[in-house]
Ligand binder design. Structure first.
Ligand SMILES: NC(=O)c1ccc[n+]([C@@H]2O[C@H](COP(=O)([O-])OP(=O)(O)OC[C@H]3O[C@@H](n4cnc5c(N)ncnc54)[C@H](OP(=O)(O)O)[C@@H]3O)[C@@H](O)[C@H]2O)c1
Length: 320
């Protein structure tokens, strides 16, 4: 039975119970199983798929019948994960492609290659994520978290638009998912210094603000792509025990360890957004544990139309 809405909202606002494995355990009781084979015939790209939530997403998607392309930076690591997926799911259609999503040149190269070989694409999951310990610039001069979470996903989505459009049907849209973070609640949309050139840089702050940008970007892309039969959603996975969390936030990992979700539990809503009927009928929504969530707890904190327009302009200008 679905969790009563009030209890679900209380779990959400209390953060620890909602984001941890407790929240997942309570809500899961109300989840409906996704039908076997519901992703048969669908081709889905997942970035950052070599480990953590990305690899768990790949496992969840192939289990439902999808053909999956894993985008990784390190081919050897990707192939190791791919082999493990094939062992677990014999006959799974899963391949590895190399692309550094923080490099706009590499994103362009990879997207052109996909357009050349794939007649249609049905799903795209922007999962790759970083929390840089100090301010780092890509070769193209962009702050690394911004490039990885925002500029790369924006460009990859737009470059793959023709194949996503080709994959969409009137009853079954193509689906783009941006994996954000509950940490985005702590940040507002940066307007005057999106590249974090001034002020005291912290990886946590850069992470949170670019995760906030992902949520707004999903809404903007949803509008932009609506006419092409492509839906765009963002989500947060709660707190899951992954190499990224252990490596980037060792203190947090130590304290919350026993409460952390498994990778599968963290990836559950990502898979659901690609597979379930409900998110195919909406677009531009922010989700957690298979339910829409507010993007701000205080309505007055919502972005101004000018700030939203500035984010769009930033993405367009950086990728033109
Ligand atoms: N785990 C959580 O509790 C949690 C909570 C909130 C949000 N998230 C979000 O969930 C996503 C996955 O996180 P995770 O916990 O699974 O982290 P993770 O274990 O660090 O995995 C992140 C993946 O992204 C890849 N990646 C990083 N930069 C890349 C780039 N430029 N190009 C291509 N791939 C790149 C990494 O590849 P390499 O192997 O090459 O480093 C790695 O496979 C992230 O977006 C993160 O922000 C996670």
């Amino acid at each position: 039975m679905p969790l009563p809405r009030l209890l679900d909202a209380v779990l959400d606002r209390l953060v620890v119970p909602g984001y941890s494995k407790m929240g997942y355990a309570v809500r899961r009781a109300g989840f409906r199983a996704l039908p076997a084979g519901c992703l048969d015939g669908r081709t889905i790209i997942v970035t950052g798929a070599g480990g953590g939530l990305g690899a768990a997403t790949v496992r969840g998607l192939v289990a439902l019948g999808a053909r999956v392309e894993m985008v990784v930076r390190d081919r050897a690591r990707g192939e190791q994960t791919r082999d493990a997926v094939r062992d677990e799911h014999p006959g799974a259609a899963v391949d590895v492609a190399v692309c550094d999503v923080s490099s706009l040149a590499d994103v362009r190269r990879y997207a052109a290659e996909v357009r050349d070989r794939e007649p249609a694409l049905h799903g795209l999951v922007h999962n790759a994520g970083v929390m840089p310990p100090q301010r780092t610039e890509t070769a193209e001069g962009h702050e690394l978290a911004l490039a990885t979470h925002v500029l790369g996903p924006f460009l990859l989505t737009r470059e793959l638009r023709p194949v996503l459009r080709a994959g969409a049907t009137p009853t079954s849209p193509s689906r783009v998912v941006l994996v954000s973070s509950g940490g985005m609640y702590t940040a507002s949309l940066p307007t005057d210094d999106p590249e974090f050139r001034t002020g005291t840089y912290s990886g946590g702050a850069a992470y949170a603000r670019t995760k906030r940008m992902q949520v707004v970007l999903a809404e903007l892309l949803a509008d932009d792509l609506a006419g092409d039969g492509i839906v765009v959603h963002s989500m947060h996975p709660g707190w899951a025990d992954t190499p990224g969390v252990a490596g980037s936030m060792p203190g947090f990992h130590r304290v919350t360890g026993p409460l952390l979700r498994t990778e599968e539990q963290g990836a559950d809503t990502i898979v659901w957004l690609q597979a379930a009927a409900e998110p195919g009928h909406s677009t531009g929504v922010f989700w957690h544990d298979r339910a829409p969530r507010p993007t701000h707890y205080l309505p007055r904190a919502a972005e101004t139309p000018q700030a939203r327009a500035a984010l769009w302009t930033l993405c367009v200008d950086a990728t033109s």
